[in-house]
Ligand binder design. Sequence first.
Ligand code: G3I
Ligand code: 9MR
Ligand code: ZN
Length: 530
Amino acid sequence: ESIPEPKIVNVNQLGYKKNAQKLATITNESAKTFDVVDVATGKSVKTGELGDWHYDSGADLRYTIVDFSDVNAEGTYKITVDTGEESYEFQVKDGIYDDIYKASVLMLYDQRCGTALDSAAAGDFAHEACHTGQAIVYGSDVAKDVTGGWHDAGDYGRYVVPGAKAVQDLLLTYEDSAEAAKDDTIGIPESGNGVPDILDEARYELDWMLKMQDENSGGVYHKVTGEVFPETVLAVDETAQMILSPISTAATGDFAAVMAKASVIYRDIDKDFADTCLAAAQKAWKYLEEHEEDPGFTNVGDIVTGSYSDGRMTDEYLWAAAELYIATGDESYNDYVKKTVKTSVKYGLGWADVGYYAIYDYCMNVKDCEAEKAILKEGADDLVKNYGKCGFGSATGGEYVWGSNMAVANDGMLLLMASKVFGDDSYVDYAADQLNYLLGRNPVSYCYVTGYGSQTPENPHHRPSEVLGKAMPGMLIGGANGNLQDPYAKAVLADMAPEKCYVDNAQSYSCNEVTIYWNSPLVYLLAAMK
Ligand code: G3I
Ligand code: 9MR
Ligand code: ZN
């Protein structure tokens, strides 16, 4: 297996909107000049000298940046340098993300479990209903219907914690992007039903999450999976007994938060559903109050599927309280927020770190939010500082862990959130550059979304794609992971700089898997940048 030699000149391989900021990264210090070449005519439309070389520690490369934002005539271009290297061709055009946006939402449709997938929407990935049997509650003989929801990733597990993050990102896409909010033409079976597709798709997961709540205690089961990860088979061919792992406060907190938020968003669309969501959220909160001392979830017995372990639950509690306050106006929830907000938020918008979801929704919905605004500002400004350290526009600060592309997409979201809350457009270019990184302006020269760009992952760790022998389109790959957490990555990526630790091989689940909650912040970003 050979890893392709990266390009010396890297750009967003899909291209740029006409009026967008446009930056390219060049990594051959011998190069002295560059040209932006109009491919149709072969003529240079912009030329300049290269200088001002910097060091990127994540990629262990010296680089310089070319700003060609003033090239805004519609066309196909490439960037060349005098040492002979050139970028992939890319477009300058409005509307270039329309198609990839749809594909990024359809990926979630394709991950639907417990229902037949329509070939009009899923193409070759259509299949009969999978995982239709009842699950057994771990350690008992109680059987429960928990059919539905999305398969998490390249495996077919269904996990509440990451599912809640994915749903939240879709609900925020609905709230924050006017065009996406109306779109009823994505091509899912519900398209044309008068309800925006983004809400139809989110509802598929919400309906399943409701089944994951224990009606007696209000607690929510952490996940439903087999005991082990399935072989490389289609979803319909995973016939192992499904097991409900124990209730966790992580699942229950995330559940309470998204159910409360759903009760607000779906109120005018389906009042009964909104009422059901709110009641479920309140019941979950009761459970949370009674279990504040519970330890984080870890796998039980012989179950070895994803554990989504998180030892710090304060942000999940904060998020639940904030959404419940917004949904009900009940001051006891607000008291909880005010009491804990300063100590509860650490980072991000990930499956384990949900504090900024609480902060953002609070800032958008509650008048008295000075403390929350200050936290958001600090987070966004930290990203801007990190941005300056990377030659490729990523704001991760040189850290590339499992699912680093989610971190990049999340950073883009957070920057857009800051721009909304503070009415400050200066965050938008930084956010756009997170998308540019994902779509090709990175040190391995991959457009990290399957089926898009000039060099795109063809061998994702994704069982349906592996069985069919072709990558399902529209999936954001996990990306660079400097920690080398699978045998294949260890074998082929030893000694690489973290930002370059990526290999397009199906065996490398720690670099080349896909998940619903890596796609969902991509959906948000694309909707915003479209
Ligand atoms: O954030 C820490 C960082 O502080 C620390 O310094 C660094 C050093 O190792 O690690 C960072 O944590 C990593 C974490 O992901 C970041 O979110 C862990 O190393 C890494 O092991 C962990 O990986 C998770 C992986 O499961 C293994 O548990 C991924 O986030 C998570 O997306 C992934 O999820 C799997 C499911 O279990 C099963 N389904 C597929 C899915 C995707 O691969
Ligand atoms: O397919 C599994 C993937 O979804 C997980 O992210 C990954 C890590 O938990 O594990 C994968 O399953 C592998 C298992 O861990 C070890 N044996 C091979 C399995 C398939 O590659
Ligand atoms: Zn299934």
